[in-house]
Design a protein around this ligand. Structure first.
Ligand code: DSN
Length: 441
């Protein structure tokens, strides 16, 4: 092997240090910021530790006890535990924890349940649907022909009667219920009879609201007519970036298809370190998830109300703004979603521009989307949500500078640095807070 020259060593050293510095600076900046991206969350210390374990370096294709590789004794133990915890948390008889992301889980569902060119019921992107249901996304890979539901943009909810008529006329064999801008539960119970009449299977993409579903504070799709629940595991369920498939169906054939779609269909090796971290996250969610989910939704409602009081155009004021972790705000008067998201970032408040009904351009939408799951995870409560709204008001309505508002963000955030609602061995007081909910909340 050729030895590196001195300049090559120096160059390599510089490259490595540059990368490390960027990651460290990123982490420090986020510690002093208010992250409100609705699809993100923080891992618990125990789950995080497992991400850099030796599980990261190994292969385990197949299922526990039926692998194509040796050396999987402990991987099998952990995966069996992970599957057991997933079935318990979601009150169901089937789980597959091998999809490596929410989109990969959706691809697995499409592989298992959709013939190429099939018609599938769905919401539109501009109504909040995920890119999985776009022609340029997962739907396109299976040449799916979407059958769009009727969406009531005032209610941010399906128009039940009109959707029933569309389903009855179009008769798609599969009906997807899922959103990225996800404010309210779908009217699944109301649509259940129609789906049964036309012989359609229900599929719920619960990525955003998975932790709320697990905790029983949103809706229970597997027991409201959906055969399959897919999702990512790192939003309101505060686990590692990963995916999951769940079902409570008695249809063994369907579960066989889902299993083979997960592997070898859409994954080769699954990411074993993430699977182990997921097992810890599921166990923690069983213990602390109810308190956490309730606090997350209460915070979203409080943030919606606090912004509304300050003159922001928060969607669905007439029905309490939201039933999930998300709040959607129309920022037309403040310069549009794109400009607002950038200005917020300059003051250490992190949000994303978001398409709202009526928007034409995904690059210049009028909306922003805010999620409270991460601030709740570090212990913030309704009074901090009021403070967040006050900071946004100061920046976007009262002409305060990003520097001034950013300093106030630093001040607010410095008391909220620890991840809560998780197991922390040996820290009795900390565990107590986890059990009773967050201080200040
Ligand atoms: N696109 C992500 C979001 O909703 O932010 C989900 O994959």
């Amino acid at each position: 092997m050729a030895l590196l020259t001195e300049p090559q060593v120096a160059d390599l050293e510089q490259t490595v240090q540059r990368i490390r510095r960027s990651v460290e600076e990123h982490s420090r900046w986020f510690e002093g910021a208010l992250p409100l991206i609705a699809s993100e969350n923080l891992l618990s210390p125990y789950a995080k530790e497992l991400l850099i374990s030796d599980f990261h370096s190994r292969y385990a294709e197949g299922l526990p006890g039926e692998r194509y590789y040796e050396g999987n004794h402990w991987v099998d133990e952990v995966e069996r535990e992970c599957l057991r915890l997933a079935r318990e948390l979601f009150r169901c008889n089937f789980a597959d924890v091998r999809p490596i992301s929410g989109t990969v889980a959706n691809l697995a569902v499409l592989k298992a349940m959709a013939e190429p060119g099939m018609r599938i019921g769905s919401c539109r992107l501009a109504e909040g649907a995920h890119i999985s249901s776009a022609g340029f996304g997962a739907f396109g890979l299976r040449s799916v022909k979407p059958v769009y539901y009727a969406f009531d943009t005032e209610e941010m909810q399906l128009d039940v009667d009109a959707t029933k008529r569309i389903l009855t006329t179009e008769r798609p064999p599969l009906a997807l219920f899922g959103l990225s801008l996800f404010l309210f539960p779908f009217p699944l119970k109301e649509l259940q009879e129609t789906l049964r009449d036309i012989g359609a299977l229900g599929w719920y993409d619960g990525a955003h609201v998975l932790g709320l579903i697990a905790s029983g504070v949103f809706q229970d799709p597997l027991h409201e007519g959906c055969a399959v629940l897919s999702g990512s595991t790192h939003k309101t369920l505060p686990g590692p970036q990963h995916g999951i498939l769940l079902s409570d169906s008695e249809d063994a054939e369907l579960k066989k298809h889902l299993t083979s779609a997960a592997f070898p269909g859409v994954t080769s090796n699954h990411h074993l370190n993430e699977m182990a971290a997921l097992a810890v996250s599921l166990a923690e969610h069983l213990a602390f998830g109810k308190d956490y989910a309730r606090a997350t939704v209460a915070n979203a409602k409080a943030l919606g109300a606090a912004l509304h009081q300050r003159g922001f155009q928060v969607l669905c004021a007439h029905k309490g703004f939201t039933e999930s972790h998300q709040v959607a705000v129309r920022m037309e008067a403040e310069g549009g979603g794109d400009a607002v998201a950038k200005r917020l970032e300059s003051a250490r408040i992190v949000a994303n521009k978001n398409l709202l009904p009526g928007d034409k351009s995904p690059n210049h939408p009028q909306g922003i989307r805010l999620g409270t799951q991460e601030l709740t995870r570090v212990g913030m409560g309704p009074s901090e949500m009021d403070a967040v709204a006050e900071l946004m008001d100061a920046l976007l309505h009262k002409g305060k500078s990003p520097e001034e508002v950013g300093n106030r963000v630093l001040e607010l955030k410095k008391n909220f640095t620890k991840v809560r609602y998780c197991f922390a061995a040996g820290e009795a007081a900390y565990r107590y807070y986890h059990l009773v909910g967050a201080p200040g909340g």
